[in-house]
Design a protein around this ligand. Structure first.
Ligand code: NAP
Length: 274
């Protein structure tokens, strides 16, 4: 079992890109971090790259496919037996191709990973976060998920905007309706975002879930953040920022002091101006 004063973090989708850099920066801040990846081999390779930075004593690996509830439960069991609590959870996975390829099957998988996967992971680790005296959840989201991406007056924009009445059930309802319209080919006429539709809808759902969770757990700091346009596999390395720069804002939110704002969406520049 870990020490009471030590802080522990889990990062999802951490074998490369922004996730891997979040791990590196949290470990550099002295936090013990569990680097997770859906593929064990890729996860262990990523762990090796951190050994070269002299951080191996602060980073462990555990497999996690966010879309698989069994692997999330196994991760929770691992954290419980190893540390007894969790302080920081950073959600950073994305299966890029699924969000940007406009087919029904891939749209469904995109929502499964980006939204439902994040939710499964958060729910599995919530009992351990509740044992922390400074619990933080950072959802790596995108500016594309902001409501301006939805046609003004559209049903989904209205439901997402009604923040006082938002609920997990309403988010579910929106996602089901999106998939139904997508399958029927009527998503453009119904005011859903055009491209990349599933990616945008998944990130809007994540931002809404961030608000819902923050309300439900007032002692937590739970926020979502757009990391900026970052050179990773997701952007075919076309971004303006390095992965290190992209990780800086999620890490900053993960290290906010108690009493900081919760339930918000931040852009990278918002966080840089703190
Ligand atoms: P990336 O380099 O493509 O990394 C994505 C990571 O997610 C990979 O490690 C991938 O693992 C993992 N992943 C995919 N499906 C998974 C699953 N089912 N379970 C667990 N892990 C899974 O992308 P990135 O740019 O670092 O993206 C990180 C986050 O930033 C994402 O949420 C993305 O939407 C967000 N974001 C990025 C940008 C940008 O400009 N890059 C902008 C806005 C938001 P594999 O290696 O096994 O595929």
């Amino acid at each position: 079992m870990g020490e009471a004063t030590e802080r522990y973090a889990v990062v999802t989708g951490a074998n490369k890109g922004i996730g891997l850099e979040i791990v590196r920066q949290l470990a550099s801040a002295g936090i013990k971090v569990v680097l997770t990846a859906r593929n064990e081999e890729r996860g262990l390779q990523a762990l090796q790259t951190l050994q070269a930075s002299g951080l191996s004593h602060l980073v462990l690996f555990h497999q996690l496919d966010v879309a698989d509830a069994t692997s999330a439960a196994s991760l929770a069991h691992f954290i419980k037996s190893k540390f007894g609590k969790l302080d920081i959870l950073a959600i950073s996975e994305d299966d890029g191709r699924k969000g940007i390829t406009q087919t029904y099957e891939l749209a469904k998988e995109c929502l499964q990973i980006n939204y439902y996967g994040a939710k499964i992971t958060i729910e599995s680790l919530m009992p351990l976060l509740q044992l922390s005296d400074s619990p933080r959840i950072v959802n790596v989201s995108s500016f594309m998920g902001q409501l301006e991406s939805f046609t003004k007056g559209s049903w989904a924009r209205g439901v997402f905007s009604d923040v006082d009445n938002l609920s997990e059930e309403k988010v579910d309802e929106i996602l089901k309706e999106f998939l139904r319209d997508f399958q029927e080919g009527s998503f453009e006429s119904k005011g859903w975002p055009r491209y990349p539709s599933a990616y945008i809808v998944s990130k809007a759902a994540m931002n809404a879930y961030t608000r819902i969770l923050a309300k439900k757990y007032p002692s937590f700091c739970i926020n979502s953040v757009c990391p900026g346009y970052v050179k990773t596999q997701l952007t075919a390395n076309t971004g303006f920022l390095t992965a290190e720069e992209g990780a800086a804002s999620p890490v900053r939110l993960a290290l906010l002091p108690n009493g900081s704002p919760s339930g918000l969406f931040y852009s990278q520049s918002d966080v840089a101006s703190f």
